[in-house]
Design a protein around this ligand. Structure first.
Ligand code: PLP
Length: 378
């Protein structure tokens, strides 16, 4: 199966074929209670048939030995981090992080006695300078939220060598657009809530990596809980079958919208790694198979009020949080993910007051452009 194209693996990898029935889909085993004489099976041990099928599919898509599916992205992130960090350790994180991950660091690391710093992972020298003797791991997102900054995964893995663990949150790219393990990244995380689920109707998370690492994370996850149930496993497997085809369409739509916005006189800046002027373009060309479905842009009238007016004028594209679904949605970071920061803190992060982050869906490109064009006129 490893030699097959990702589109094929989305559909077939991991699936359980039961010889005595003709159904094409993995049968569901909704039990939480199992006979124990041949070994203990239990959903919170992450070892039911339907959980293992999903783990095998995700490992195939990410090109790793093993993978684990949990109940949310944050369950995946916290279980992974607390498997490798303890009191006295230090970890380096990217300065542009998903808000929930940032809250975990700010609210929970201190009371556990874990120290951390945040640096710009697009700048290798900055990462190198911040590594200390007690540093255990490097953690980053590429492309990042909301400016779609690109970090060079191969260069960072080389810098980490054998003594530092590397962790990438691969939510924005999905394994269709990049497989961090190819570049030596140790642990790959996902909020499956986004592209993997793809229909804005469920939450789950994934960790993928070498078997030894996943075994360690499974031990932590057993203690923390955060397993999925069988009916979720059913929907996740169903969603993953169309992942590649959805993401390929989302890539095309995001690229078309980015080029349209770039050419519009009411738009100031467009952040999309597939545009040649983007600072991460060359690295993205090297390490990504597609540039993704996420983009952000700011307006010449750089005020929250202008962004708000724009959002109110949209008819098809919904202002909504989250991302990665089949419907195109948009949000203003100054009012959502980065609302807790002052305008000055936002400016320091490069987040304009009028910045809008768009998650491209799979609608017809012309309909999306018409909606943006109309709203930009008003
Ligand atoms: C949404 C998101 C998460 C958190 O995932 P949940 O499923 O909401 O727990 C983590 N990382 C990124 C990049 C996300 O977008």
């Amino acid at each position: 199966m490893a030699t097959k194209h990702i589109t094929t693996r989305c559909i077939h990898a991991g699936s359980e074929h039961v010889q005595h029935k003709e159904g094409l889909n993995t049968p569901l085993y909704p039990s939480s209670a199992y006979g124990y004489q041949n070994g203990v099976v239990y959903p919170r041990y992450y070892n039911t048939t339907n959980q293992k099928v999903l783990g095998a599919k995700m490992a195939s898509l990410e090109g790793t030995e093993d993978a684990l599916v949990l109940s949310s992205g944050m369950a995946a992130i916290s279980s992974a981090l607390y498997s490798f960090l303890q009191k006295g350790d230090h970890a380096l994180f990217a300065n542009q992080l998903y808000g929930g991950t940032l809250n975990l660091l700010r609210e929970d690391f201190r009371r556990r006695g874990i120290d951390f710093n945040q640096v710009n992972f697009s700048n290798l020298e900055e990462v190198k300078q911040a590594i200390r003797p007690e540093t255990k791991l490097l953690y980053f997102e590429t492309p990042s939220n909301p400016l779609l900054q690109i970090a060079d995964m191969e260069a960072i893995s080389n810098l980490a060598g054998n003594h530092l663990l590397t962790i990438v949150d691969n939510t924005f790219a999905s394994p269709v657009n990049q497989t961090p393990a190819t570049y030596g990244v140790d642990i790959i995380l996902h909020s499956g809530t986004k592209y993997l689920g793809g229909h804005s109707d469920m939450t789950f998370g994934v960790v993928a990596g070498q078997e030894a690492h996943i075994n360690k994370i499974r031990q932590t996850a057993k203690l923390f809980g955060g397993n999925i149930n069988t009916m979720d496993a059913y929907l996740i497997e169903r969603s993953l079958k169309t992942l590649a085809i959805r993401v390929q369409r989302q890539n095309e739509n995001a690229g078309a919208l980015a080029r349209f916005l770039k050419s519009h006189q009411a738009v100031k800046e467009v952040h999309y790694p597939g545009l040649p002027h983007h600072p991460g373009y060359n690295t993205a060309m090297r390490q990504m198979m597609g540039f993704g479905g996420m983009l952000s842009f700011s307006l010449h009238n750089n005020t929250k009020a202008a962004a708000d007016n724009f959002l109110k004028s949209l008819k098809l594209i919904q202002p909504a949080i989250s991302l990665g679904g089949i419907e195109t949605i948009i949000s203003a970071p100054a009012d959502t993910s980065h609302a807790a920061l002052s305008p000055e803190e936002r400016r320091n992060l490069g987040i304009a007051e009028s910045l809008l982050r768009l998650s491209a869906g799979i609608e017809q490109e012309e309909d999306l452009i018409a909606d943006l064009e109309h709203a930009l006129q008003s």
